[in-house]
Design a protein around this ligand. Sequence first.
Ligand code: UT7
Length: 333
Amino acid sequence: MNQIRAAIKGIGASLPEYILTNDEISQMVDTSDEWIMTRIGIKERRILREAGKGTSDLGAAAVKELLDKTHTKPEEVDLLICATVTPDMQFPATANVISDKLGIKNAFSYDLNAGCSGFLYALSTASKFVESGRYKKVVVVGAEKMSSIVDYTDRATCPIFGDGAGAVLLEPTTEDVGIIDEILQSDGIGRVHLHQKAGGSVKPASFETVAAREHFIYQEGQAVFKWAVSKMADVSVEIMKRNNITPENLAWLVPHQANMRIIEATANRMGISKDQVMINIEKFGNTTAATLPLCLYEWEPRLKKGDNIILAAFGAGFTWGAMYLKWAYDFGK
Ligand code: UT7
């Protein structure tokens, strides 16, 4: 019998309607469209503004589209993993909320937090369940309402992040497609450079933490940048080497969308051209665990069965990694 691999069989996505432009951000803090475009590469990002709406609303909409597109009934899903750093609540898991909203009743579901590498980690975890042979339909959703933890008085972080969600369906295959290899790493030493100071068990919410604006993203941009540039490229080059992937036979790099300069540096180290790289940072900014599936969603019509694809990410933790897969279907067939 051929080895069972996990293959992506469909993609759904959801983006809030409201578009927050650089010009609008320039009215909130001392910045400019020119600075944001040259230093980060973002023109606009989507923001979920409706009161009472959270990450599960974006996640559920993405999964709903995924189920519709793949003709999957909610009750057929075996497992749903939600990668997020902005859960609806500390507990229960946003994955449980998404499953409930969609009538996914015969599955177990849980959240996974690996910062901006969350989708990659979740995809890896989900693939192991599929490869075991026991689980046939596994949904992985990356969903974030980053605007809920962004300080719109802090010019160092507020231009970067956006809201959105993307979801994929993993199924078993014995064909020569699907997830083939991965390198996942983490180093908690990086936590000092990128974290949320309060609201966890070390520093629960109090009047003081709110007054000190400690419930927002804290990032030392330059330190994170240096790590991201070297680590994301290191694992991407390593996964190419050990799978005999060359710039000529690689169809696409799908990089985390944190900064255009990090994406370009990674592509340069891999020796590939920019037209082999999925880039949508200009439109959506950094949606943390949602960047990779949002790219796949947008490029889905252009992907061909057998395409060699490398996913790569770097994020809070620090966490980082790269995954090699062969695309499993032609769009619309
Ligand atoms: O997704 C999770 C992983 N996160 C990342 O990968 C993010 C990695 N880091 C970055 O992308 C970049 O470091 C940032 C985009 C966050 C910042 O860019 P930078 O080129 O590293 O800027 P910087 O922090 O070194 O700041 C340079 C200057 C400073 O002014 P002085 O001290 O040189 O006078 C900042 O105060 O730019 C200033 N600055 C701004 N100026 C205008 C910082 N933010 C802004 C701003 N507009 N929004």
